[in-house]
Design a protein around this ligand. Structure first.
Ligand code: SF4
Ligand code: SF4
Length: 196
C-alpha cells in the first residue's frame, strides 16, 4: 500500500530542506525534473541494493521529506560511481547529494539501516588520521572488531583474506612524509562542516 503524502504540510514543515541540501552539497536538487535517467543507469539500484531509487531520493528532497530520505538505505548503498551524474540532463552531481545526506544522517545518529558502511567510514577515517593513509591490515582488524567484537568471526570466509593479507599487504603501518598535514586537512574539514 502506498503512503499518502500531504504536500502542503510537507512544504510547510520542511520547505527549506532542498535549500539546506544545496548549501551542504552545492547541488540544486530543485532542478531535477524526474526523467529517471539516473536510476536507469545506477547498477546498485538495478541490482536491488537500494530501497529508494536515486530519482526518488531527489524527489523526496524536493518535497522536504527529510526524515524519510535520511532513513533510506539508498544513501549508504550509493558507491559514488557518478554514472548517474554523467547521464543527468540537469547536471546534478548526485553522489555529492548522497554524501551530504550521509553526513546529515550521521550527525543525527540515523545510521542503523546501513550500520556496516558507517563502521567502515569510521575505521577508514581513523586509519587516515592516525597514519596519514590507509593501513590495510589495521583496517581489516578494526572492521572485524567493530562489526562483531570478535577477530575470528566468519573465520571460514576470512581465511583466504587473512592469507592474502599476510602475504601481500604491508605488515606495518605506512610511513608518510607529513602525517600532521593530513590531520590538519581532516580537522579543517570537520571545522568547516561544523560551521554549516
Ligand atoms: S537524471 Fe537528473 S533530472 Fe533526471 S531524474 Fe535523475 S537527477 Fe533528476
Ligand atoms: S553514484 Fe550512486 S546513485 Fe549514482 S549511479 Fe553510482 S551508485 Fe547509483
Amino acid at each position: 500500500m502506498s503512503a499518502i503524502v500531504n504536500l502542503s504540510q510537507l512544504h510547510k514543515d520542511h520547505g527549506d530542506f532542498a535549500e539546506r541540501v544545496f548549501k551542504m552539497s552545492g547541488q540544486d536538487v530543485r532542478k531535477c525534473y524526474q526523467c529517471g535517467k539516473c536510476s536507469a543507469g545506477c547498477s546498485v539500484h538495478i541490482f536491488n541494493g537500494m530501497d529508494v531509487s536515486p530519482n526518488r531520493v531527489m524527489r523526496m528532497i524536493q518535497l522536504g521529506m527529510e526524515q524519510e530520505v535520511l532513513n533510506t538505505r539508498s544513501i549508504w548503498a550509493c558507491v559514488l560511481c557518478s554514472t548517474c551524474t554523467a547521464r543527468c540532463p540537469r547536471d546534478i552531481d548526485i553522489p555529492r547529494v548522497m554524501d551530504a545526506l550521509r553526513i546529515e544522517a550521521k550527525k543525527r545518529g540515523i545510521t542503523q539501516k546501513f550500520k556496516n558502511a558507517n563502521v567502515f567510514h569510521d575505521v577508514f577515517m581513523n586509519s587516515i588520521i592516525k597514519y596519514g593513509r590507509v593501513y590495510e591490515l589495521g583496517l581489516f582488524i578494526g572492521l572485524k572488531l567493530k562489526q562483531s567484537g570478535n577477530l575470528f568471526a566468519d573465520l571460514e570466509m576470512g581465511v583466504p583474506a587473512l592469507i592474502n593479507a599476510a602475504t601481500r599487504l604491508p605488515k606495518f603501518p605506512p610511513k608518510v612524509k607529513n602525517p600532521d598535514e593530513i590531520r590538519k586537512i581532516v580537522e579543517n574539514c570537520k571545522r568547516i562542516e561544523g560551521e554549516k
